[in-house]
Design a protein around this ligand. Structure first.
Ligand SMILES: C[S@@+](CC[C@H](N)C(=O)[O-])C[C@H]1O[C@@H](n2cnc3c(N)ncnc32)[C@H](O)[C@@H]1O
Length: 271
């Protein structure tokens, strides 16, 4: 009996009898790319899934190859400025399949609750009376800088972290963190917004020599890091033809050679 209760209480566990099948939705964090950066719980939930609703970023392809045969995979991947399946329709897909008795996994890039609209999906399930759980993932906000040898905090260099959505307005708090040398600012979805970001920061008095790193395709074989400064990054990003997905790191932790061994050995270890 105790074992049964434990099973019922364990996150992501659904009780089944021979007569009934209870559907549910499990949001899982897929991390920045490689499937072995997902949690064991995420792997278990994927192995139990009937339906997988997958994002573009994260380990979708690798995971697809590992699914049981017959699992329905629905690709709802968004690209900057191109959202083929609107959020309301994604919410409806999750709810409808769960109501049909299916185990639905919502595979999201990074962590579901970091600029991932995971909260909206939880609210949609709760409003529909569908059981829902969330399994955290390794967010690109921290792991993509790490892949390039950049610690987002480092004793004596930066003691706080501010994560910004590049598609939104640069709020007073974002500008204050940019101006504060003890804060690392990490911008997601920021490639298109780079000119606006740099203009706002310079106007706000952030020094032009503040280090900036742009890390493209972190934790993948295509990973590339562009190191620059606030004053030079627009020209450097244009010359390097920077593409999405990329994480922009602004702050002293982004300067080359902060860590030993040199940052290039971190990149090599992920390939
Ligand atoms: C919609 S946000 C989702 C963030 C996600 N929930 C997380 O915690 O990482 C997508 C943005 O994450 C960043 N991103 C995600 N994976 C990345 C990767 N492997 N390399 C570089 N940037 C990545 C990019 O800034 C991209 O535009």
């Amino acid at each position: 009996m105790r074992a049964l209760l434990r099973r019922l209480r364990a996150p992501g566990t659904t009780f089944r009898s021979s007569a009934t099948r209870v559907g549910r939705v499990d949001l899982i964090g897929g991390g920045p790319g490689p499937a072995d950066l997902m949690t064991l719980r995420a792997h278990r939930l994927l192995a139990e899934a009937d339906v997988v609703v997958a994002d573009r970023l994260g380990p979708a392809d690798e995971v697809r190859a590992q699914l049981r045969s017959g699992v329905l995979v629905i690709d709802v991947g968004k690209r900057p400025g191109h959202h083929p399946v609107p959020q309301a329709q994604i919410n409806a897909l999750l709810v409808d399949h769960a109501r049909a008795g299916k185990r639905v996994v919502r595979l999201k890039g990074g962590d579901p609750f970091v600029l991932g609209r995971g909260g909206e999906e939880v609210l949609a399930c709760e409003a529909a009376g569908v059981p829902v759980s969330v399994t955290p993932g390794v967010s690109s906000a921290i792991s993509v800088p790490q892949a390039a040898g950049i610690p987002v905090t480092h004793r004596g260099v930066a003691s706080a972290l501010h994560v910004v959505n590049g598609q939104g307005p640069f709020t007073d708090s974002a500008l204050s963190s940019l101006a504060d040398a003890s804060v690392t600012t990490v911008v997601l979805m920021g490639v298109a917004a780079l000119p606006r970001l740099v203009g706002s920061a310079l106007r706000h008095g952030v020094p032009a020599d503040r280090p900036v790193a742009i890390v493209e395709n972190g934790h993948t074989p295509q990973q590339r890091t562009i190191r620059s400064t606030l004053g030079a990054v627009l020209a450097d990003a244009t010359e390097a033809a920077v593409v999405n997905p990329a994480v922009i790191v602004i702050g002293d932790v982004a300067r080359a050679g902060l860590l030993l061994p040199s940052p290039s050995s971190f990149a090599e270890s992920t390939a």
